[in-house]
Design a protein around this ligand. Sequence first.
Ligand code: F0G
Length: 457
Amino acid sequence: MELPFAESWKIKMVEPIRKSTREEREIWMKKAHYNVFQLKSEQVYIDLITDSGTGAMSDRQWAAMMLGDESYAGASSFYNLQEMIQRLTGFEYIIPTHQGRAAENVLFSYLVHEGDIIPGNSHFDTTKGHIEGRKAIALDCTIDAARNTQTELPFKGNVDAKKLEEALEKYADRVPFIIVTITNNTAGGQPVSMQNLREVRQLANKYNKPVLFDSARFAENAYFIKTREEGYADKSIKEIVREMFDLADGMTMSAKKDGIVNMGGFIATRLQDWYDGAKGYCVQFEGYLTYGGMNGRDMNALATGLDENTEFDNLESRIKQVQYLAQKLDEYGIPYQRPAGGHAIFVDASKVLTHVPKEEFPAQTLTIELFLEAGIRGCEIGYILADRDPITRENRYGGLDLLRLAIPRRVYTDNHMNVVAAALKNVFDRRENITRGVNIAWEAPLMRHFTVKLERL
Ligand code: F0G
């Protein structure tokens, strides 16, 4: 018989986790104002709030940490990291930063100015924040199909080339660069095809614009190209990664995802102009150029993490686990953004809690219900996260209203996924009885979802 699939690693160290009672969770959730960001992690049984900085490092990464060079200037750890990034991406210039949004802050301080327009595919919140904070516009050019959770497409994170070309034609000089997020987190961890990256490059050349990749999950994107795109089955992940980055001028990176470290990020580019323009901001905001907010040991761990996570076996273990959870949800008929993404399952709350009006935030309500059911912490990617329109101050109900179950890398087993799926099924089975959601009692003017206080209706 054919052997079943199993992870490409074994476990050397474990961290105990604890179950709780429904009564305990009711009290905790109320005290947290029905906002999962306000929960203490020890109150959580299975934590799927994010896959960012929550992965398990390998023994090789821990060993590399012991060799960290903490010199202020010229640390060997920086040169280890630089060499690895150069080898994987072909980019010559590297600026380390403490995480992904810091890379955005440093680079955009140089590149983005008031009135600019930056087209891309579903800019991540911090990316959008760093653009809008500079009074510029993040213009979404994602393909329309990404907005229908039930449409099954291999590369649902793609840029719509027509929308992009229209933007480039219309705004011409106002566009400092094009940004492509690989994988497209906001659209559901959906990949972008090599073909699409090539199209973007051709348009960029035609209009003489540079291309930036937001690369937080670039390795997962390469896995999808290898397994779904014609002509890539026999290429290694590292070859595909190199081919992807050959189509860009630079990248910002949150190393907390595909670098599998708890903290870190960087900018890499082949443009000397970007490097020279950004490096002063690195010194100003992050630190000197050979550490930029990172410890030497963390740069060493990151260099090793990038090497390991651009190997097929590691990525296969990771993505098959996400697909395993998706299969369970299919069995139970629970609707999510199809097909399963690289790092998470995004449950379509508007199709589950059909009796909860949008003004009462169905995805947030589902997030609360799942925590109360079994101590599982997901995260709303929906109407609360969308914030209010900056001009009208109305809630924005235009996008999707999803519950994201982000799966940390190399942390949970498929047994945990079984628990998640069963808990979700229990909530799903009583969905007809869930008719009321939540009301906002207090909110911050921007990025409200971290601190919002809610009342249950
Ligand atoms: N770009 C993308 C596509 C991201 O998903 C994130 C973070 C960032 C940039 C910013 O990086 O957190 O290191 O500053 N995403 C996390 C998440 C927070 O949960 O999806 P950071």
